[in-house]
Design a protein around this ligand. Structure first.
Ligand code: AKB
Length: 316
């Protein structure tokens, strides 16, 4: 039987590109995009779902005979610190609602997005291994550790096939991220293309793990398509793209925009970034499901700039 896929959080940075990719791959009639409101992003099926409401998730699952769920809704690291209890409530309750719905409705496969934010001071900063000690200091990071463990719990206790990856900062041109610590690496390209100066909220040598959107989406679909016996990690898999600092990305941009100006005004997000890995060891993902990134920093820079030029031309 062909999959019928529900994407929760389809309006977001990853959700929107994932939904369109799944539509192209499986056909529009098999993909149900959902979010808190319909902002007209998709040509295809859209259902308004507040994932805090388990009855609404179940209703949509039963209506469309959904077989797979991708749960992308979450409050990210920087925004989470503004109202930690609300972030906790949303990140955990929506995930438990998805897990419970999946258990009750016999969903075949579920995707959970974790993050490099699960790591804290006790993990090695360089080439951070999959099984490093997890002591995150943001509420987002704590909720992701918790979410990973709930994923594993549902797998062990109920046999639910939950699969998860730890996203680095995702860089894409299609939509803006919202409230993350790695968001500067998207904003910087918009400023460059608009010929505007950029003030970075991290200091110039803050190296963080990042990944291009095409690699992130490919990883997401690849892990979901891997034969079940190959999935050995039931918490979450590290995946690496490319690591760089604001200074390094600015250098690449200046290759195309020699007059590009950047200055640095670190704010509270610097403290968050300082506790995160600089680079990720993704050998488990490479071994178990042949993960391999394609985009290096130069390929990301060239693609971001050419796509944004196209987009801004279209809207001017
Ligand atoms: C964030 O910065 O909060 C996210 C993430 C790394 O999960 N982009």
């Amino acid at each position: 039987m062909s999959a019928v896929i529900l994407v929760i959080g389809a309006n977001g940075q990853v959700g929107s590109v994932l939904t369109k990719t799944l539509q192209d791959k499986y056909g529009k009639e098999r993909i149900i995009a959902s979010d808190l409101e319909d902002i007209g992003k998709f040509d295809g099926i859209f259902e308004v779902i507040d994932a805090m409401n388990i009855d609404r998730i179940k209703e949509v699952v039963l209506q469309y005979k959904v077989t797979q769920i991708y749960h992308l809704a979450a409050i990210l690291s920087a925004n989470g610190e503004g109202d930690p209890l609300r972030a906790w409530d949303i990140n955990i309750k929506t995930w438990l609602n998805v897990l419970e719905t999946s258990r009750i409705c016999n969903i075949e496969r579920v995707f959970y997005p974790s993050s490099i934010a699960v790591f804290g001071n006790s993990a090695p900063r360089n080439s951070t291994p999959n099984n490093a000690y997890l002591d995150p200091e943001t509420v987002y990071g704590i909720s992701k550790v918790d979410g990973e463990n709930w994923a594993q719990y549902y797998h062990i206790k109920y046999g639910l096939d939950v699969r998860s990856i730890r996203y680095p900062g995702v860089i894409g041109y299609q939509s803006l991220p919202n409230g993350g610590t790695t968001d500067y690496a998207v904003d910087i390209f918009h400023k460059a293309v608009l010929n505007e100066p950029f003030t970075c909220f991290l200091n110039k040598e803050t190296t963080l793990p990042m990944i291009f959107i095409d690699d992130a989406i490919r990883a997401t679909i690849e892990i979901m398509e891997t034969p079940i016996e190959n999935i050995k990690v039931r918490t979450s898999y590290n995946i690496a793209g490319i690591s760089f600092s604001p200074e390094e990305i600015a250098f690449e941009i200046k290759g195309l925009y020699p007059d590009f100006k950047i200055d640095y005004k670190p704010d509270f997000r610097q403290d968050i970034a300082d506790k995160w890995p600089k680079s990720i060891n993704d050998s488990e993902a490479r071994m178990d499901w042949d993960w391999e990134p394609e985009y290096d920093l130069w390929a990301i820079t060239e693609t971001m700039i050419s796509k944004l030029i196209e987009q801004y031309k279209m809207t001017v």
